[in-house]
Design a binder for this molecule. Structure first.
Ligand code: CP3
Length: 361
């Protein structure tokens, strides 16, 4: 049996079970807005070394939990560890984001890609999970994650970040079979990777589909959602007698919530372009919802921020099934002090929406 978590509100909310308040964590909660992160990052030298050193990855995972009353920890790593292990020559250029030296643009390049073994080439990630689980002492759940095949493929085909996604969209329209072969390989790699994270001890998993929102509806279903579903059907549902809840997050995916909710996931991440009341009405009791504060709201004065928090909580309304989060990652210019105000106000202001939760069982 898995040892009980001291605070399992996050897991309960993902499974739409009653909690006394709305649990909260923040995408990119470990990162450059924290001065202590910048110190550890400096010590590591570069970003990939930080990811590849389990003790340092653990240190930065725990930093936001030392400051804030967060309801979950997220593994410190990156969605690009998989392409890194596929030998495409990934590095992070200072101030420019990720660069892939050998972009994948033809059939031979796809065929040459290995599917990394998570306990060898990606062992550093599993080791980080094991160290973090140990150091968390069952205080809060640990979230494991991966990128969606489509989002990872965007970086691999474009050779880095992109604004228009012209290379991968050309491939999608000119040689869709090559793109499908790449996505299929990535789905297999992500499945192995997430199942290994589950075996190593993560309590929930999240798939980041950061770039699904650039697609047409039909292309989203074929090139992004279908591969997330393929992964979800093959993920371990349980570990040590506990359900491992799954969250999928397509940024810009508000049009497709019904399609997303029809997959084998437990919760949807939603960005700020839709009101939670509408999102909830559309997904009904199929899935929980996670979101959806605009990260720019953290630039507001405290009173204005609290107003936004109150609006989001009121929009979701009464009852179980909401995890408070941002609609995308926290910006590096955010002040650590305002984050504290955010977390505390979610906890305080949400109690009223859970007052009768036990009765409604
Ligand atoms: O949420 C967390 O705190 C956990 C760690 C995490 C990171 N990246 C750390 C990171 C997670 C979950 C990610 C996911 C990720 N990585 C996504 C999906 C989510 C999203 O934000 O849309 C994507 C698209 C990436 C790819 C990636 N990694 C980019 C584009 C960059 C450069 C970003 C930038 O602002 O320079 C990274 C690097 C990265 N990943 C950093 C962190 C803390 C910054 C690296 C640094 O310290 O310089």
């Amino acid at each position: 049996m898995k040892q009980q978590l001291e605070n399992d509100n996050f897991i309960r909310a993902l499974l739409r079970q009653p909690t006394e308040y709305t649990p909260v964590w923040l995408m990119r909660q470990a990162g450059r807005y924290l001065p202590e992160y910048r110190v550890t990052r400096q010590k590591a030298g570069d970003f990939m070394t930080l990811c590849q050193t389990p003790e340092l990855a653990c240190e930065v995972t725990l930093q936001p939990l030392q400051r804030y009353n967060l309801d979950a920890a997220i593994l410190f790593s990156d969605i690009l560890t998989i392409p890194h292990a596929m030998n495409v020559g990934l590095h992070f250029a200072e101030g420019e984001g990720p660069v892939i030296e050998k972009p994948v643009r033809d059939e031979n390049a796809v065929l040459a890609l290995p599917i990394p073994d998570p306990e060898t080439e990606l062992r550093y990630v599993m080791d980080a999970v094991r160290v973090i689980k140990h150091e968390l002492h069952h205080r809060v759940p640990l979230i494991g994650f991966a990128g969606s095949p489509w989002t990872i493929a965007c970086y691999m085909v474009e050779g880095g970040g992109s604004k228009l996604f012209w290379q991968i969209k050309q491939m999608m329209y000119q040689t869709p079979e090559i793109l499908h072969a790449l996505l299929d390989k990535l789905a297999d790699a992500v499945t192995l990777y997430l199942n290994a994270q589950i075996a190593a001890g993560v309590d929930a998993i999240m798939i980041f589909d950061t770039w699904g929102g650039v697609l047409t509806t039909e292309n989203y279903k074929q090139f992004s959602l279908a591969y997330m579903q393929k992964i979800l059907t093959k993920l371990q549902r349980m570990n040590e007698n506990k359900i491992i809840p799954r969250i999928i997050f397509t940024k810009g995916g508000a049009n497709w919530l019904e399609n997303m909710a029809a997959t084998d996931c437990d919760a949807l991440g939603v960005d700020w372009t839709i009101e939670l009341s509408q999102a909830r009405a559309r997904v009904g009791d199929k899935v929980a919802l996670q979101g959806n504060l605009d990260p720019a709201a953290l630039m507001a004065a405290p009173a204005r921020l609290k107003e936004e928090v109150a609006n989001i909580l009121a929009s979701y309304g009464h009852g179980a099934g909401h995890v408070f989060n941002l609609g995308h990652g926290i910006d590096k210019t955010t002040s650590p002090e305002i984050v504290s105000i955010l977390i505390d106000s979610v906890h305080e202001l949400s109690k009223q929406y859970h007052a009768n939760s036990k009765k409604s069982l």
